[in-house]
Design a protein around this ligand. Structure first.
Ligand code: HEM
Ligand code: HEM
Length: 185
């Protein structure tokens, strides 16, 4: 059995794990952290957000390493003409750029999260019983504004990604989701 076939189930599982973790982490960020005062009540959702964000970082890196070592995608110069065919809708033509950007921005979001957490002493405040208070406002740290702004960009990329999947699967009636499932060769 080739390495590609052997690792495919792990590749697929990590995609859906990554997607699930990102949706939950996003939801906590938007609905429980942003625009919420930094009181003690925020420690639990913040801790979950940080732990999931770090888990995402590990999963995305692992998936990227698998991609480079095992799946070895062809270089863009060779693959681009086949990938960007003229009769694909514009949104779909963007996928060739959006896929690497999804890896890049997700990793960057996790790093920026850590760039807020480390100077704000959040690992101590959230994961130990030290009684360390949260800072009054995370915007004291430059990474906070970037974490918020890039989250919007990541959201746009994910929307493009999901719309392309919906377009192929439900409007064109192709088995597109099968490309990220266990059955493909
Ligand atoms: C409900 C949400 C999602 C659906 C339905 C979905 C569906 C798919 C499908 C069908 C493919 C295969 C596309 C192809 O072969 O051309 C794919 C690939 C990919 N997906 Fe998703 N996805 C979702 C969420 C996400 C999220 C949140 C990320 C964020 C990092 C992501 C990252 C990727 C990447 C980077 C690829 C490119 C191929 C690869 O590296 O494996 N997906 N997705
Ligand atoms: C890829 C993973 C991550 C995603 C998708 C994500 C997403 C978000 C979102 C959407 C917000 C709200 C932003 C806003 O509306 O302005 C947020 C806030 C925040 N995130 Fe993340 N995050 C991730 C990883 C992390 C990590 C790893 C940490 C820390 C270790 C972290 C720490 C924070 C903090 C401290 C805030 C600010 C909360 C506030 O201002 O009250 N995030 N995140």
């Amino acid at each position: 059995m080739s390495a590609k076939k052997r690792f495919r189930p792990l590749w697929v599982i990590l995609h859906w794990l990554m997607a699930l973790l990102i949706f939950i982490t996003f939801a906590i960020g938007l609905f429980s952290l942003a625009n919420t005062p930094n009181t003690n009540a925020k420690v639990v959702p913040l801790g979950i957000h940080m732990a999931l964000g770090i888990a995402i970082f590990v999963v995305v890196l692992l998936r990227y390493i698998l991609r480079v070592l095992i799946f070895k995608p062809p270089r863009r110069a060779k693959s681009a003409p086949a990938v960007i065919s003229k009769n694909k809708p514009f949104l779909d033509q963007l996928s060739v750029y959006v896929h690497p950007l999804l890896y890049f921005l997700t990793t960057l979001m996790a790093l920026l999260g850590m760039a807020i957490a480390i100077p704000a002493n959040l690992f101590t405040a959230v994961f130990t019983q030290s009684g360390t208070a949260l800072p009054e406002n995370f915007y004291l740290y430059p990474a906070r504004a970037w974490h918020g702004t890039l989250s919007l960009l990541l959201m746009l990329l994910i929307i493009q990604h999901v719309l392309v999947a919906v377009f192929h699967q439900f409007l064109k009636g192709e088995n597109f989701l099968g490309r990220m499932w266990f059955t493909k060769e």
